[in-house]
Design a protein around this ligand. Structure first.
Ligand code: 5AD
Ligand code: SF4
Length: 484
């Protein structure tokens, strides 16, 4: 799941490799620029752009909070910033190419204003480490995802002319005590990071190398953050982790253990009007206990992002996903049995090493069988240092990868369209998020299934309100409705 209008983003982009990159890298043209509105622009300012997954967006809010503690305030204007930061993604080659492009833009600013500091944060910083400083001579700071507390010190050093690198990966860091600066937020929905890192070694994935070992955050700090958000007017939280179903936290004083199902329940009990979402679930780890907890709490949304990656068991084995097609199907059956109106979405990689046409057909048939509400769909991009890069040849020609991706996207669009058509005539509880993209006469909001619904405004209602909306129209990406 991705933070801004994922249904629309996931399904309407065109499908060549570059554009597909944008599905994950969706903020390329409109970067996540965070600034505290209404704040006078005094003292030192930082400007930050975030790319990649929701975790990066959430991390940028932690960075914002750490910098605020060091006397910086946020600005939307990179031209006047003292410190320009880019929070980067390494998941596909295209993601890294986009970052380099942005660095060219920042370079120009630095040439005009030589005192400006430029910092690279996140996964690409971690992957390339000090090599970054050799490759990108105008970069002053390289800081990995577990080293953000060190930023004030590194920035102070850089102000004195010392280039700063900290890419230490921690086994403990969860930033549990840091209250994120909710800057680019709509005041309705917020992310809460519940764990960091990943211990799954999916053979295609660079994340275990860039984000380190999996560790879970103290559940009480999560609940406190959710309660704070509710008290500040937020009505939806998304619990974030690379693999939320393996959340586990042990109370050092009592020894009591909290798993993801228990955590969900604790957060759901903060307030019945606080909606809970979560991402990402791993098919090998999602338990019936989690599904029953979802079913028991109206405010836990009926939506699960359950990436399959491939519909074929041989390919899944090569991907080291540790489940097969049958296992995945059994999990989907359980979801629809325990939560009949649940929506399921997916991530799909096409053209993984040695994938045959028949195996590609298995992915297509899974899209229909699982009836995904939407998917993020990618061509395989070989990443340096991953298991797949070391063990297998990236042998599917780009032309074939693209053709398979076209077929996958086309089918997913049809499945989404059919599913959305079935929503016509139904009435949903919708949380108003703000104005629709196209018109300030319309509101947009989501139903529990995470489908975006656009509907005309009625006086007296505002973002953060729950309303009942009856659907009268649907595309593959959006529902249209009216308040009832
Ligand atoms: N190539 C293409 N897609 C990838 N993903 C992860 N690594 C790669 C890669 N090397 C996709 C997976 C994952 C999503 C976040 O990005 O589908 O679930
Ligand atoms: Fe990457 Fe797999 Fe971990 Fe997801 S679960 S971050 S795909 S290694």
């Amino acid at each position: 799941m991705y933070n801004d209008n994922p249904t629309l983003t996931g399904l309407t982009k065109t499908i060549d490799e570059g554009k597909q990159g944008e599905v994950f890298f969706k903020e390329k043209t409109k970067p996540h620029q965070q600034a505290q509105s209404g704040q006078p622009e005094v003292g030192k300012h930082f400007y930050i752009e975030s790319y990649g997954c929701q975790m990066n967006f959430s991390d940028s809010e932690i960075v914002g909070s750490i910098l605020a503690g060091a006397g910086f305030s946020a600005t939307r204007n990179m031209e006047t910033a003292d410190l320009i930061l880019i929070n980067t993604c390494s998941i596909r080659e295209k993601a890294e190419a986009n970052v380099r492009q942005r660095l060219r833009v920042f370079d120009k600013i630095k040439k005009q204003r030589p005192g400006t500091l430029i910092g690279v944060l996140g996964c690409m910083a971690e992957r390339l480490k000090s090599k970054f400083l050799e490759e990108e001579r105008l970069v002053d700071l390289v800081v990995g995802p577990d080293a953000y507390r060190d930023l004030p010190k590194l920035v102070a050093g850089a102000e004195e002319g010392d280039k700063g690198v900290n890419v230490f990966l921690s086994r403990e860091e969860t930033y549990a005590d840091i209250s994120p600066l909710r800057l680019g937020s709509n005041g309705v929905s917020a992310f809460i990071s519940i764990m960091r890192g990943c211990d799954n070694m999916c053979s295609f994935c660079v994340v275990p190398y860039t984000r380190g070992r999996e560790r879970s955050r103290d559940c009480f700090s999560i609940v406190a953050e959710a309660a704070d958000l509710y008290n500040s007017g937020f009505r939806e939280v998304t619990l974030l982790g690379q693999n939320v179903d393996s959340y586990k936290w042990e109370n050092p004083e009592t020894g009591e253990k909290t798993n993801f199902a228990k955590l969900l329940e604790m957060v759901a009990n903060v307030h019945p009007d606080l909606r809970i979402r979560f991402s990402t679930s791993h098919p090998k780890d999602i338990t019936d206990e989690v599904l029953h907890t979802m079913a028991a709490h109206e405010n836990i949304c009926n939506y699960i992002h359950l990436p399959i990656q491939s519909g074929n068991s041989r390919v899944l084995k090569l991907m080291n996903r540790t489940y097969d097609r049958e296992w995945y199907m059994e999990r989907v059956r359980s979801i629809y049995r325990i939560i009949p109106d649940c929506a399921i979405s997916s991530d799909i990689i096409t053209g993984f090493c040695t994938e045959t046409e028949e195996e590609h057909q298995d992915t297509l048939s899974m899209i229909e069988w699982a009836n995904y509400s939407m998917s993020y769909m990618f061509v395989y991009s070989e990443r340096p240092g991953t298991l797949a890069q070391r063990k297998y040849e990236d042998d599917i020609p780009l032309e074939i990868k693209k053709r398979r991706l076209t077929e996958i996207v086309r089918l997913q669009n049809q499945v989404s369209f059919k599913q959305n058509q079935k929503d016509i005539g139904k009435t949903f509880k919708v949380l108003i998020e703000g104005d629709s993209k196209k018109s300030d006469q319309d509101f947009k909001g989501r139903n529990s299934q995470n489908k975006m619904i656009v509907f005309p405004k009625i006086k007296g209602y505002k973002p953060g309100d729950y309303v009942q909306v009856k659907v009268y129209g649907a595309t593959s990406a959006t529902l249209k409705g009216e308040m009832v």
